[in-house]
Ligand binder design. Structure first.
Ligand code: PHE
Ligand code: ZN
Length: 870
């Protein structure tokens, strides 16, 4: 959809309740790929003055009836996106008939066709593309849905809730009627029709009800849904244990589709998944895929309580369901796979994505106050920072109060569309604490900087020492002034042989705070923000000696890892600046200490392999870019390679021994955390060894590729070879393609590896990839693999100084925008870092942003482009 006039934003301050209630909703779908007919029957009751306004987009209205009387054309108004009835009775039955064209729907919002199957995606505002309806989350109703379709082409007919009727009709068609007894807004509606294979299992709930579990997949894929099923059963049990939440409907269904804008969707009783987050087996999926499947299956299931039973009053409250649900899935993964490793991975992702967002032009509060397109607010801030806020709430109130507050929440707000204020009020009731200051976390954008300084008290004799904390949040777009937020700080003094005191919790509520602790005679360091107790950027006066001590002795595993990251980050910033200035980075004592400490961790049998792999992974380029900005991004990238090489030089033998020791000896693949940890450490050793560019790494990688029996090993080897360059790469890439060309999810991996290579002929190679027949321009997974992989993972070609990378990328965004604005706008997020780049590149990106804006893109892309441009 093209826009001319400046579109008006939607504002939180303008919220007004809807002026009708819908006590009952019936839909009747006659499915046809080109012309699907939808009839609705809505039992309406007026609750406030004003016209009846329904949303509708890209659909054709056939007729409107009130209490059985068809309205004349003069009795309603029809605009581009609204159906308006100026006058209605107070209580009436509304019947609407409309038509849509699912096969022409490339936006993948509303009703569309994927692989010959019908499916829907309604969150956030997709239902209006199905039929005229109040498309807002605070209008909740009980839905009954009849689906009628050709029986041979669409043998399976699914919608939310329980199936109450089915049968055959004339003309080779059949029908099914589904009823969902729970109140829900239309964004949770789902309909699926097609030919599927079914994987079945069941779960017995805590009250003894046996729930059939059904996963519907493309014919032949059922075995690949086994891990998702296993994850689902574990998630259902965990939600009962951890939050007392039991499943409510008579059955639970998941459907996998290949064409999907996001990861997955929590439609009531009928989750719809991007197949990339559902299908896995040893040969075609990596450990990271398994891990994501486990967490996303859990996430969508957990939404049944945090999202569906209690939903959002309006889309500004999106973090109410997303922040809490991400927190819940993180806690689930921590329980299943180990808390420290999970926390480290979550924080790495938070820093790479959310910190980048919160410190750039797209910064926005966890609860925004205005938007053009809500699709643009499914962000790392709302999801991941939203989850951090729940985690802080728990740290501050303590485990018991937190559980008490969540019990009150589920009890008090069940069946409603709620706000953040109502959510926090439950924790206020539970704990008696005032939530006023905590609310600022939802309203203020930006990452607070927390400075820590140690000093001695001036009094003599010295009987205590002091740690002083200062907080400041830098301005963000539209928010020049920031107030102090409540920061729970976990900290502890650590000596040569471990902790010297119990862990402390300081709840900081002012701009600065001093905390004193007893004097210790032995040298010690302060471990601050243990477990990453708040989403802040820490600026500490810890010396290299402090950090090395913490790496070896901190009882908090997260901070043992964090100490290494801090050391590495300092080194990387120095290296990057040196490289940018055309100088070679120099070895220095800090580097030697860092490498030595890594070696100590690597060889310490008390740490698990997954943890070691993470310690051996240095901070992402994004973190370094943010700290060293403005800077040449290629210098940042090379600094990373330089550090890896230094580590590999120092630890070559240890890395080789570990690489060999981590090889699988059982011959049986297991996706569990232990086995995945071994493979992660093995891959990490291989990647580090390859940084030396010696023949050893090439031969290890070649062997690994030839002998791999699972995708984790196969892909790690392929990536290593692709970084090493040389003759082996081209033939390996071709062989991989030939082997996997019929498996779309593996082919996505091929495209993403290709997109990140430093091809000899530069952007031409990438352009050629976009022109190969197997590149599916309408499929979001394929586009994300190539265009997303290129913009986020190909530093050299994306940031090439001739501007060819940025130009190609902008062309691809515009091309995608003509078919799928929501996915196009998300891709464009790659430009959010432009102000962190050196001035020449800043100018190049600016020119591309201007070109995109001048091309009159969709509202989605326009909003991101304009906000990014600033
Ligand atoms: N609500 C989904 C989730 O987080 C995300 C989503 C949003 C999916 C919009 C599709 C469209 O679980
Ligand atoms: Zn979610």
């Amino acid at each position: 959809m093209r826009t001319d006039a400046a579109p008006t934003p939607t504002r939180l301050a303008d919220y007004t309740p809807y002026n009708f209630e819908i006590s009952e909703t019936r839909f009747d779908f006659r499915l046809d790929p080109k012309a699907t007919r939808v009839r609705s029957l809505l039992k309406m009751k007026r609750t406030g003055p004003g016209p009846l306004v329904l949303d509708g987009e890209a659909i054709d209205l056939v007729s409107v009836e009130i209490d059985g009387r068809q309205l004349k054309r003069s009795e309603y108004r029809l605009t581009q996106d609204k159906l308006i009835l100026e006058e209605t009775p107070d209580v009436f039955t509304l019947n609407i008939e409309s038509k849509c064209n699912p096969s022409a729907n490339t936006t993948l919002m509303g009703l569309y066709v994927s692989g010959g199957r019908f499916c829907t995606q309604c969150e956030a505002e997709g239902f209006r593309r199905i039929t005229y309806f109040p498309d807002r989350p605070d209008v909740m109703s009980v839905f009954t849905v009849l689906i009628d379709a050709d029986k041979t082409a669409y043998p399976t007919l699914l919608a939310n809730g329980n199936k109450i009727e089915e049968g055959d009709i004339d003309g080779g068609r059949h029908y099914a009627v589904w009823h969902d007894p729970f109140l829900k807004p239309c964004y949770l509606f789902a309909l699926v029709a097609g030919e599927f294979d079914l994987l079945e299992d069941s779960f017995t709930t805590m009250s003894g009800r046996s729930i059939p579990l059904e996963i519907f997949v493309d014919p032949g894929d059922a075995p690949k849904a086994a891990y998702a099923m296993d994850s689902l059963i574990r998630a259902m049990a965990w939600d009962e244990r951890a939050f007392g939440r039991e499943y409510d409907l008579d059955r639970f269904m998941i459907v996998a589709v290949r064409d999907f804008n996001f990861g997955a969707m929590e439609n009531k009783g009928l989750n719809i998944f991007n197949s990339s987050l559902l299908l896995a087996d040893a040969e075609t999926a990596t450990d990271m895929n398994f891990e994501r499947i486990e967490s996303v299956v859990a996430h969508e299931y957990f939404h049944n309580w945090t999202g569906n039973r209690i939903t959002c009053r309006d889309w500004f409250q999106l973090c109410l369901k997303e922040g809490f649900t991400v927190f819940r899935d993180q806690e689930f993964s921590a329980d299943q796979r180990g808390a420290a490793v999970q926390r480290i991975k979550d924080v790495r992702a938070l820093r790479a994505r959310q910190f980048a967002e919160d410190n750039g032009p797209l910064a926005h509060p966890v609860r925004p106050t205005e938007y053009l397109k809500i699709d643009n607010f499914y962000t790392a801030t709302i999801y991941e920072k939203g989850a951090e806020l729940i985690r802080m709430l728990k740290a501050w109130l303590g485990e018991d109060m937190f559980r008490k507050g969540s019990d009150i929440y589920f009890d008090r707000l069940d069946g409603t569309a709620a706000t953040i204020e109502q959510f926090l009020a439950c924790f206020e009731t539970a704990s008696g604490e005032d939530m006023g200051q905590f609310m600022r976390w939802y309203e203020q954008a930006g990452t607070p900087r927390l400075t820590v300084r140690r000093r001695r008290t001036p009094t003599k004799p010295v009987i205590s020492q002091v740690v002083s904390f200062k907080q400041v949040t830098p301005p963000t777009p539209g928010q020049p002034k920031k107030a102090a937020v409540l920061i729970p700080i976990r900290w502890q003094a650590i000596g040569e042989n471990g902790p010297l005191m119990e862990p402390q919790l300081t709840v900081m509520t002012t701009k600065s705070t001093d905390v004193s602790y007893p004097r210790f005679d032995e040298p010690h360091s302060i471990s601050v923000l243990q477990g990453f107790s708040a989403p802040v950027i820490l600026n500490s006066d810890a010396t290299t000696a402090d950090l090395v001590r913490l790496m070896g002795n901190d009882p908090d595993a997260f901070n043992r890892w964090e100490a290494g990251q801090t050391l590495a980050r300092r080194l990387l910033v120095d290296f990057a600046k040196a490289l940018e200035a055309g100088k070679m980075p120099k070895t220095n004592p800090a580097l030697r200490d860092y490498c030595k400490a890594l070696g100590t961790t690597l060889n310490d049998p008390q740490f698990d392999n997954a943890f070691k792999a993470l310690v051996l992974t240095s901070p992402s380029s994004m973190e370094v870019l943010m700290e060293a900005a403005p800077i040449d991004p290629i210098a940042v990238h090379e600094a990373g390679q330089w550090l890896s090489r230094a580590v590999a030089d120092a630890l070559r033998d240890d890395l080789l021994v570990t690489y060999k020791a981590m090889r699988d000896k059982t011959g049986v693949f297991s996706p569990d955390a232990e086995a995945a940890g071994r493979r992660a450490l093995k891959s990490r050793c291989l990647a580090l060894l390859s940084a030396r560019f010696d023949p050893l790494a090439a031969s290890l990688a070649s062997n690994q590729l030839d002998n791999a029996t699972n995708m984790t090993d196969e892909l790690a080897a392929l990536i290593t070879l692709s970084r090493l360059g040389g003759q082996r790469v081209e033939s390996s890439m071709e062989a991989f393609f030939a082997k996997w060309k019929d498996q779309p999810l593996v082919l996505d991996k091929w495209f993403s590896v290709q997109s990140m290579r430093d091809h000899a002929d530069g952007i031409h190679a990438i352009t050629r990839l976009a022109e190969t027949p197997s590149y599916e321009r309408n499929n979001p997974n394929r586009v994300r693999a190539l265009v997303g992989g290129f913009s986020m993972g190909n530093t050299k070609l994306f940031h090439k100084l001739d501007g060819s990378g940025y130009r190609f990328f902008a062309d691809q965004v515009l091309d995608m925008d003509s078919r799928n604005p929501s996915v196009a706008a998300r891709l464009l997020g790659a430009f959010e870092i432009w102000r962190k780049l050196d001035p020449r590149r800043q100018a190049l990106v600016q020119a591309e942003l201007d070109r995109i804006i001048a091309a009159k893109p969709s509202k989605n892309v326009l909003e991101i482009a304009e906000r990014t441009r600033g």
